[in-house]
Ligand binder design. Structure first.
Ligand code: AMP
Ligand code: ZN
Length: 115
């Protein structure tokens, strides 16, 4: 269908370390972690950027945050805390054109979100 690396992960065409999966969402460890815990949570629906999120995706986006909540408890970092980041477009450095939420945890994260 497309050349999207995250769709390939969803379709198990390339390997990933999956931490959660259901019919709508998959979450896996980032291959180049920026924190001791760095998980990417993505919808199985291919949506290129946050600008492509439509009204019909509202439930899906809310659902992703329920899953992030579940993963935080499952992986044991809920109590200590975590940060969620979603990059959109060039200035944010979005590399993969399939929306994804970075979940960062496992250490005291920097005070500054951006440099
Ligand atoms: P972004 O810059 O927001 O588009 O983030 C893309 C993220 O995907 C980066 O943190 C990459 O390290 C990560 N990434 C790219 N390819 C893979 C892969 N095959 N498995 C896991 N994470 C990946
Ligand atoms: Zn995709």
């Amino acid at each position: 269908m497309n050349n999207c690396i995250f769709c390939k992960i969803i379709n198990k065409e390339i390997p990933s370390k999956i931490v959660y999966e259901d019919d709508k969402v998959i979450a896996f460890h980032d291959v180049n972690p920026a924190a001791p815990i760095h998980i990417l949570v993505i919808p199985k629906k291919h949506i290129e950027t946050l600008l492509d999120v439509s009204e019909e995706d509202s439930n899906l986006i809310a659902y992703i945050f329920q899953i992030i909540n579940k993963i935080a408890k499952q992986e044991g970092f809920a109590e200590k805390g975590f940060r969620v980041i979603a990059n959109c477009g060039e200035d944010a450095g979005q590399e993969v054109k399939h929306i994804h939420f970075h979940v960062l945890a496992g250490k005291k994260l920097g005070d500054k979100i951006v440099e």
